[in-house]
Design a protein around this ligand. Structure first.
Ligand SMILES: Nc1ccn([C@@H]2O[C@H](COP(=O)(O)OP(=O)(O)OP(=O)(O)O)[C@@H](O)[C@H]2O)c(=O)n1
Ligand SMILES: C[C@](O)(CO)[C@H](O)COP(=O)(O)O
Length: 222
């Protein structure tokens, strides 16, 4: 089988504070998880989708998810992705895509898959950092100015040769990398970037949700 996508959607969305799992929160009337799954399939390069949901919300998640399977997730993102990965044993390319990045354009999905198909074991979409970045100590005092040249903010979907991702997760142990590419780096794998897109931003806070709503409504307007 070809390209499978694992959609981690098992987070609780504490920072959004909607009182329900974030992936169930609607953006202009459609649940984030449904938008994320539909976006992956709209790319035309994804054959199979597995959504990883909070164990206590499997039915609600299946109700709003229009395609793919829904399986229970784990206590953190690494555990949730590992549980999804176990469901796509036949795939030779695996994408991991946050439900929370539900407005990612299909063109980004296609370019990530193309880069994996071209022979890269691990591919991440990334965009330039727009702000000045400073390192601070525990009291908030500036320690130094971080040179922004060569700094990129990493998005999802992240794409992998399936065997590389399986090896990375098998070796993860207690390592809690913030993304799957981090697990690949930990086993010495090379990670390459392709251009990301500002619309693939992660909905984390209430402001992000408002921006996502505005973006959808703008794109729907004639
Ligand atoms: N145990 C977890 C934690 C997170 N995720 C998923 O990983 C993605 C990125 O996580 P984040 O945006 O930080 O979501 P939450 O963990 O839900 O947010 P918060 O930290 O505010 O609770 C989300 O799609 C989230 O559902 C997951 O599948 N399983
Ligand atoms: C995977 C990710 O979206 C890449 O930027 C990000 O690391 C997830 O971050 P969080 O710690 O789950 O908020």
């Amino acid at each position: 089988m070809g390209v499978a996508a694992v959609v981690p959607a098992a987070g609780s969305g504490l920072r959004l504070g909607a009182g329900m799992p974030k992936a169930l929160v609607r953006v202009a009337g459609v649940a984030m998880v449904a938008r994320a799954v539909d976006g992956l399939l709209a790319s035309g390069v994804v054959d199979d989708v597995v959504v990883v949901a909070p164990p206590e919300h499997l039915d609600a998640m299946a109700e709003v998810t229009t395609a793919g399977r829904v399986v229970p997730g784990g206590p953190d993102r690494v555990a949730s992705v590992a549980l999804g990965l176990a469901e796509v044993r036949d795939a030779n390319v695996v994408l991991v895509h946050d439900a929370a990045r539900c407005l990612c354009p299909a063109s980004v999905v296609a370019s990530v898959v193309a880069a994996v198909r071209a022979g890269h074991g691990a591919v991440v979409p990334a965009i330039p950092v727009a702000d000045t970045v400073r390192r601070v100590d525990a009291d908030g005092h500036v320690v130094d100015l971080v040179d922004r040249t060569g700094l990129l903010a990493v998005q999802t979907p992240q794409g992998f040769d399936a065997e590389v991702l399986r090896r990375a997760h098998a070796a993860a142990g207690e390592l809690r990398a913030t993304d799957d590419a981090g697990l690949v780096e930990a086993i010495g794998g090379e990670v390459v970037t392709v251009p990301g897109d500002p619309r693939a931003f992660k909905i984390t806070s209430a402001l992000d949700l408002a921006m996502a709503e505005a973006l959808v409504r703008t794109e729907l307007e004639p």
